[in-house]
Design a protein around this ligand. Structure first.
Ligand code: 2M8
Length: 439
């Protein structure tokens, strides 16, 4: 049942060449959402996964950046704020886009899509685009230490994380005259505050005025973003090898960023963001700080310390992963990225645990499955009660469950043989809904 419901969510959120994260709350294409969605779609319709990724990269800019939103021109301007009129940006393809980016988890998505159905033409087409995405980050965002910075909380994907409270406190924000649309769908106490939004708008306007080039008042190195960047290089090495190209430059870059993260962002227990203005670590308790576990070259003693922190402060042994540590004073179990459990960050950590600690990986997968079984494919979940929050029928919650189920035969949640395609590890097309929708 859960597999069929997940596919139903993805089908109803499909827009012809990509999937909206949510029909009402996020009615356009989002960058890292599309990567997570492709990972799930690859399990039942690899063709759709390829289309999703190629459609996103179709809006890549000349400088290699993959914008965090690609706007659907058929959706009214006032359906989402900030709309394309706010960003005033367009890709060479003509698509209206935002001008900021999100964590580069796309190489992993492309590789998983290829593994589901080895289509060399797809891999050849996407590889140079994935390389250009990394080139943009190196050209415009890399520090002397070899770490990548972000210029807006939206670029972290974990928009109102308490980790951003300190750097945002320094942002003089006076932006007015805009109307939030998110509160028409979700209750205000589950979303960022109005003050947060004034700052988001101020920062985005300033970056826009610089021609989307100059970092402004918010300029930080984020552990999740850097972990995604490093993992992308490791994955690009695998892809290059598959294509008969030289994987070495990618291996070297993956090693370099892993070493730089350990040297500059690790506090002995957790990876921390660094404020580029002060040059100091932002001492915080975000689950983003656990995600470097995804890096294959992370030293074992660092991995062990992270796992210890995840058990002691994030309840890894027995509950869904909170986005912020349970014992932190800022922890709020229902407000967006300030504590609720999210399927995508849990999935990233699960990736990092599968080889190192399969027992904990399974516990984490079970906890995610319990959340969606009880509350449906909600955007986020209270990790203490498993109650769902944010929007319903949220695409990456559905997509990543398809991936998790395909990898694990979960306790008490074994998919039926017909739904799971157990022999191939791929979920079969339930009711053949895949192909005609893709017309
Ligand atoms: C949320 O962010 C957007 C802005 O990009 C918003 O609040 O309007 C975040 O959860 C982000 O990580 C996610 O990609 C996006 C769409 O699901 O929504």
């Amino acid at each position: 049942m859960i597999l069929r419901d997940a596919v139903r969510v993805l089908v109803s959120n499909w827009d012809g060449s990509y999937t909206v994260p949510s029909r009402r709350l996020y009615p356009h294409q989002w960058s890292w959402d599309s990567a997570f969605i492709a990972i799930g779609n690859a399990r039942w319709s690899p063709r759709r996964a390829r289309t999703e990724l190629l459609s996103l990269f179709g809006a890549q800019w000349y400088d290699g950046r993959v914008p965090h939103i690609v706007f659907n021109p058929r959706v009214p301007e006032d359906a989402y704020f900030p709309s394309s009129d706010f960003w005033r940006a367009a890709a060479p393809s003509g698509a209206r886009t935002s001008g900021i980016v999100q964590p580069p988890v796309h190489a992993l998505a492309a590789w998983k899509t290829y593994q589901a159905e080895p289509d060399q033409a797809f891999l050849r087409r996407i590889y140079p685009r994935l390389v250009a995405q990394q080139d943009f980050l190196r050209d415009q965002r890399r520090s002397a230490e070899g770490l990548i910075s972000i210029v807006h909380p939206w670029e972290s994907g974990m928009d109102n994380s308490p980790a951003w409270d300190l750097p945002l406190a320094a942002v003089q924000a006076t932006a007015t005259g805009f109307v939030r649309r998110d509160l028409q769908t979700v209750s205000a106490d589950e979303r960022p505050t109005d003050r947060d939004y004034v700052q988001y708008v101020e920062l985005a306007q300033a970056y826009r005025e610089s021609g989307y080039r100059e970092p402004g008042a918010f300029h930080v190195e984020d552990p999740l973003f850097n972990a995604a960047y490093g993992l992308a290089e490791s994955t690009l090495a695998t892809i290059a090898q598959e294509l008969g190209l030289d994987p070495e430059p990618h291996h070297r870059e993956a090693e370099a960023v892993t070493a730089a993260m350990v040297a500059h962002l690790f506090d002995g227990k957790l990876f921390q963001p660094r404020d580029m203005h002060s040059g100091t670590l932002i001492h915080s308790s975000s689950a983003a700080g656990l995600t470097p576990l995804m890096l294959p070259g992370l030293p074992p003693e660092v991995a062990d310390a992270l796992i210890g922190t995840a058990i002691d402060r994030f309840g890894l042994n027995d509950m869904p992963l909170p986005s912020y540590a349970l014992d932190a004073p800022e922890f709020d179990p229902a407000r967006y990225w300030r504590g609720p459990s999210w399927v995508n960050v849990s999935w990233l950590l699960w990736q990092g645990l599968r080889e190192r600690r399969p027992d904990l990986a399974r516990t984490l997968a079970d906890a995610m499955m319990r959340s969606v079984s009880l509350s449906g494919f909600r955007e986020y979940f209270n990790p203490l009660t498993l109650r769902g929050h944010g929007c319903r029928d949220f695409s990456w919650s559905a997509a990543l469950v398809l991936d998790i189920v395909a990898e694990h035969s979960l306790n008490g949640l074994k998919p039926s043989r017909r739904e799971s395609g157990q022999e191939s590890g791929r979920i079969r097309k339930a009711d053949d809904i895949s192909d005609h929708v893709l017309a």
